[in-house]
Write a protein that binds this ligand. Sequence first.
Ligand code: SF4
Length: 396
Amino acid sequence: MNEPKTEMVGAKYITRATDHMQYQPGMDNIGSEVQDEVIARMQAEDFSRYTAADVLCALRKDALQPADFAALLSPAALPYLEQMAQRAQAETRRHFGNSVQMFTPLYIANYCENYCIYCGFNCHNKIRRAKLDMDEIERELQAIAATGLQEILMLTGESRAMSPVTYIGEAVKLARKYFRVIGVEIYPLNVDEYAYLHGCGVDYVTVFQETYDAGKYETLHLGGHKRIFPYRLNAQERALMGGMRGVGFAALLGLSDFRKDAFATGLHAYLLQRKYPHAEIAFSCPRLRPIINNDKINPKDVHEPQLLQAVCAYRIFMPFASITISTRERAGFRDNIIGIAATKISAGVDVGIGGHSGEDKGDEQFEISDGRSVDEVLQAITGHGLQPVMADYLYV
Ligand code: SF4
């Protein structure tokens, strides 16, 4: 008989012995028909069954079905990357013109109660932890605003105790003084908490599911709230129920079977778009990166061609969706992708705590590949004949 593991990791009441599929007290359970469909179709998907004919058939269609999306993610599509890129580029230009949105992330705290074994912020990694107070946050906001950016993505590690919802809400109210568009990438919340943050000024919520393979998820998330797979998976829907106008989706490609994870990510967004037609959908396409105290972590079989394939497949399947290309990727690759399928790019990025105003109070979440300033990225965008856009939304 297996002995339950009793060591305490992260939050006191969730350990490795906790059933990762069971909601914990206090977590909203909104039902799971979208989750069930995503998981069932992902599990049933066999990417080896697709042929070149399936790929070409998908590329000829005006509107793709999930099976066409799967064909574009299959190994059979890799020889057709050029055709996929051309179709993706045509869709991007049709729906977004030449515009490329710019933003930067602002990490206001790096305390985390979770034990995600691939992340530098995990509660067992010995790094410098920090949390900015409101004066420090304002200095960071001022430094970022001085670069000309008008959109900001505010992040914390996932610690309700150290970064309560009210702390995030007050930080967002400050950010409203300086920025037109505000996103958050924080721990998943209940519907009423998303409504509160929307009232403070948050426009969109991004949640990385990391992997949609629940079995793999369990082995990677050993402690903390994040261990509860369905609570995380349904965060975007709760955010929409709480009034957010936009939601972002991502799998961390390289953690598990990247084709299945990319398929599930796209299908999850597709199903929520059908259920909430007003929702503004966004994808991020992160790959694994080395972290402090573990430089061996890498994205395994997700090389740049496979990443390009996934990004193009997202674009062709969901032509209206915003796609962000991460600073985890090198500058040349990012510049190419904004010419094809991505519509949003970060610039002047610092993934530590306090770095924008030169205070450097806490360590970074992961290594970035593209450390260019806002001006340098702006010049790269215009150099590619594209139009930098600082904000795509105005409140009147
Ligand atoms: S991935 Fe997020 S939740 Fe997991 S350790 Fe890192 S910051 Fe915490």
